[in-house]
Design a protein around this ligand. Structure first.
Ligand code: ADP
Ligand code: MG
Length: 322
């Protein structure tokens, strides 16, 4: 029996809302803004054939569609509260929907996020999620707060997701692929870290386009430059095994989809950041510093082990293309 749209929404996307006045089922949802807080709003779309392939695991897709939005909320230092989900589906496949909803809702529950509404229509597979979070007034972490002299930090390890995408071409040992795939397909948004960094970090961004590109966004918005020591960039044990390959070095430096946080903070915050790292059991690594911006100089300079800049060319890294 084909699922009607109404039945589909009821079965797979209707859950009691814990922090909303009114959730799924009316023309729109109602949430209550708390006094003294600001709302932080983000949206991210995943398109089949562009962000994932048609046959992708639906449970991981549900997770990822929400995770990439939670990552943006985390990078703002906000607490995620409400989500909406707009879905275009080629057909109403109950097994696909059950798995998708499981992946989405497991992550939503973990972070106390209510799915309060959305839209469902027939069409080429397309998943658009919006998340609204809360942050105490004036305390959000923004891209424009970095200052020359700040330390530059990164959470977790970088490059695994990008390495997963080229694992086949590079002939990576099959036992090494699952941990890389997990970073690509089921990223962990750094929500706890974002909240902990309020009042400590001066700027933050999540790494979705690669370290140099995303750190470059902070530099542009803050009108500073960044100097990063390549040898300090944290890599997983798996990626380290392949650091002799140019593609692995490029993944570490410029690969996207890791959803770690890059942030800057004054030197006086080093001890506080070390404490956050221990409390969250999350590796936080100081990889460089912010400097004054010089006209004509690139926003981000990466130094090799001998202190020489690694030159950038054609959107890639010259040393890494050989
Ligand atoms: P409308 O015609 O007013 O847009 P819909 O029939 O599209 O209403 O949706 C009915 C209710 O179901 C609304 O509350 C809407 O927010 C919710 N909804 C629709 N699709 C989804 C979905 N994929 N996930 C969560 N809620 C949804
Ligand atoms: Mg609708």
């Amino acid at each position: 029996m084909p699922l009607t749209e109404f039945e589909l929404i009821r079965r797979f996307f209707t859950y009691p809302a814990r922090h909303a006045v009114l959730g799924v089922g009316d023309d729109a949802a109602i949430v209550r803004a708390r006094s003294g807080f600001e709302l932080v709003i983000t949206t991210d779309m995943l398109v089949a054939g562009r962000h994932f392939h048609q046959g992708a695991d639906p449970e991981q897709l549900g997770h990822k569609a929400l995770a990439v939005n939670l990552s943006d909320i985390a990078a703002m230092g906000a607490t995620p509260r409400w989500a909406t989900l707009a879905l275009a589906l080629p057909r109403a496949d109950a097994r696909w929907l059950a798995a998708f909803s499981r992946g989405f809702m497991r992550l939503a529950r973990r972070y106390g996020v209510d799915l309060v509404g959305g839209d469902t229509t027939r069409g080429p597979l397309n998943i658009c999620v919006q998340v609204v979070g809360e942050v105490p007034r004036g305390r959000a972490l923004r891209r424009d707060g970095a200052r020359a002299g700040d330390d530059v930090w990164v959470s977790g390890t970088l490059g695994d997701a990008a390495l997963a995408l080229v694992a086949g071409r590079l002939g990576l040992a099959s036992r090494n692929r699952p941990p890389l795939r997990l970073k690509l397909d089921a990223p962990a948004p750094r929500v706890g870290l974002g909240v902990a960094l309020r009042g400590i970090a001066r700027s933050a961004i999540d790494v979705s386009d690669g370290l140099t590109a995303d750190l470059g966004h902070i530099c542009e918005r803050s009108n500073v430059a960044a100097v990063v020591d390549f040898a300090r960039i944290p890599a997983s044990a798996t990626l380290k095994q392949y650091l002799h390959r140019p593609a692995a070095r490029l993944a570490l430096l410029a690969g996207g989809d890791d959803y770690e946080l890059v942030f800057s903070a004054g030197r006086a915050r080093r001890e506080a950041i070390a404490r956050i790292s221990r409390r969250l059991r999350l590796r936080l690594t100081r990889i460089g510093r912010m400097t004054r911006r010089r006209r004509g100089a690139p926003p981000v300079t990466v130094l090799d082990a001998t202190g020489r800049p690694i030159t950038v060319a054609h959107g890639g890294y010259e040393h890494f293309s050989t």
